[in-house]
Design a binder for this molecule. Structure first.
Ligand code: FE2
Ligand code: FE2
Length: 214
């Protein structure tokens, strides 16, 4: 999480300040879609590492809850906002579909973890396997030639998508009321989020037109 804050010389990686609303702002990529998604990845990795080290059941329970809530929100914003925009911009069905199927596997396990606890013999194994699945999935997203690098070299508006991701995530985590309510979604209590998503099933192919860039 420790990220250096050296940007004193206003040297941002993208030199063009083309804000969608005409506003010119410093584009350091800190809040763009990919940076946000990567920082979610790092946060969950930290919790998985803590889970591995602790012997305390209550700590395990707390970490598992945090992991499940964060991963569920993360998967949701990717599926609702980032993945459709990626598919539209790149047409890369292989990467897109594989990522969605990997999410399905993770969601199943998340639902099982949320439905059990440290007193369950299989609880630790479920969290460990989830960690491995996520490690693999994150690698696929972040590796060279993977979804994120392809997105970076496409014409996706990563700044605008970053704002959408942030807003939707806040709704899902119940952190703040919907500002734009553009997606008509309601904040849900954390525990029910994964179950709601699991119940949604494999509704593949859905794409929300409001998230597409033209
Ligand atoms: Fe991700
Ligand atoms: Fe993902």
């Amino acid at each position: 999480m420790a990220r250096s804050k050296r940007n004193g010389s206003s040297r941002s990686r993208s030199s063009k300040g083309r804000g969608r609303n005409g506003a010119t702002r410093s584009r350091t990529q800190k809040s763009d879609a990919i940076s946000l998604l990567k920082s979610d990845h790092r946060e969950v990795e930290g919790w998985f590492a803590q889970f591995e080290k602790t012997n305390s059941d209550s700590k395990k329970q707390e970490l598992a809850q945090k992991i499940c809530a964060a991963l569920t929100a993360h998967a949701t914003i990717e599926e609702e906002i980032f993945y459709p925009a990626f598919l539209e911009a790149t047409g890369d069905e292989d990467i897109h579909h594989e990522a969605e199927i990997e999410h399905d596997g993770a969601k199943k396990l998340i639902a099982e973890i949320e439905g059990s606890g440290p007193d369950d013999d299989y609880f630790d194994a479920r969290v460990t396997v989830l960690s491995e699945m996520i490690k693999h999935h994150v690698k696929e997203e972040e590796q060279r030639g993977g979804m994120f690098t392809k997105a970076r070299s496409s014409d996706m508006d990563l700044e605008a998508l970053g704002e959408q991701l942030q807003q939707r995530k806040a709704e899902l985590m119940g952190e703040e009321p919907s500002a734009g309510a553009s997606r008509g979604a309601r904040a849900r209590p954390r525990g029910s989020l994964a179950r709601a998503l699991a119940a949604r099933g494999n509704g593949r192919g859905r794409q929300d037109a409001s998230t597409r860039r033209s």
